[in-house]
Write a protein that binds this ligand. Structure first.
Ligand SMILES: O=C(O)CCC(=O)C(=O)O
Length: 285
């Protein structure tokens, strides 16, 4: 299956259908140039405070083989760029996330918003599925486990086959064997320009490409996760209530400043304080 590309202006049903068929699609012109230009500038400045190769995915030296020896990663992106909040309100991505995740949860929150700058000489990352983070949930039900996470790779530079464009295997979200991660030669690069995004299911095999150029491949990743699962990034600790004052309900919820309400599905409320929603007066003190 070749990589499918759809314009962001296409009808929602067409975008959803392409996503469900391939497991990952390039959505062209989904983000405004001014948003991406601001993110490129702000994240490049913030990157000066981080060294390549120090991210471990919380797993020590073993995690570094996944995150990359010459790849620079950092998160909490709303702390360094106002433009990050524009991404959270993007209607095309929100509509797709709603359609994919809300059949399986009352609401979803940010899994991670993460700068991923692949440095020169970095080899290809292992192909993986983002849902492997929640292995004990996905593996036993594979391939019929509910969709729990959706991700976007958002280029800040052109993504080319040589500079580390994310590689993916379209259709691998329906493979019968969860342990089958395919082979690198089965993958294809998501060639994109700034303003586009690769949006893919947590079930899809993908990974960062090798960077054979002399410049970093600058990009960020923004993923959402069913609200009843623990995300990669500790967003609720990163932002105080005061910092999110005046932000939309959606942004507060995405950043973990609202409790989880399972309805219309069964289950109890989660992420509470004093057994009340954290946004209710009784939950505040
Ligand atoms: O950098 C990329 O293109 C993809 C990285 C990725 O998939 C990951 O680290 O989970």
């Amino acid at each position: 299956m070749t990589l499918l590309r759809v314009p962001a202006a296409a009808p929602h049903d067409l975008i959803l259908d392409a996503y469900q068929t391939a497991g990952g699609i390039v959505v062209e012109d989904i983000f405004a140039a001014k948003t991406i230009d601001a993110l490129r500038q702000d994240l490049t400045t913030a990157a000066e405070s981080f060294a390549p190769g120090v991210a471990t995915q919380g797993l020590g030296p073993g995690g570094k083989t996944f995150t990359g020896a010459n790849t620079l990663r950092f998160s909490s992106l709303g702390k360094v760029s106002e433009a990050f909040f524009d991404l959270l309100e993007n209607k095309v991505y929100a509509d797709l996330a709603d359609a994919v995740l809300l059949p399986n949860c009352g609401s979803y929150w940010i899994n991670t918003g993460q700068a991923m700058f692949i440095g020169p000489g970095e080899p290809t990352q292992m192909l993986h599925r983002d849902c492997e983070n929640w292995d004990k949930f996905c593996a036993p039900q594979w391939p019929h486990c509910p969709e729990i996470t959706i991700s976007a790779m958002i280029p800040l530079d052109e993504f080319t086959a040589d500079n580390g464009a994310t590689r993916l295997i379209p259709g691998s979200h329906t493979w019968a064997d969860f342990s089958d991660r395919g082979k690198p030669e089965m993958s294809q690069p998501a060639i994109m320009k700034p303003g586009d995004a690769l949006i893919y299911s947590g079930k899809l095999l993908h990974g960062g490409g090798a960077n054979q150029t002399s410049s970093s491949r600058r990009a960020l990743h923004l993923s959402f996760l069913a609200g009843w699962l623990v995300p990669e990034e500790s967003s609720p600790l990163d932002y105080t209530d005061d910092e999110l004052n005046g932000r939309s309900d959606r942004i507060r919820r995405l950043l973990g400043h609202s409790s989880y309400d399972p309805r219309p599905y069964a289950g109890g409320g989660l992420w509470l304080r004093h057994v009340n929603k954290i946004e209710d007066p009784a939950g505040l003190s």
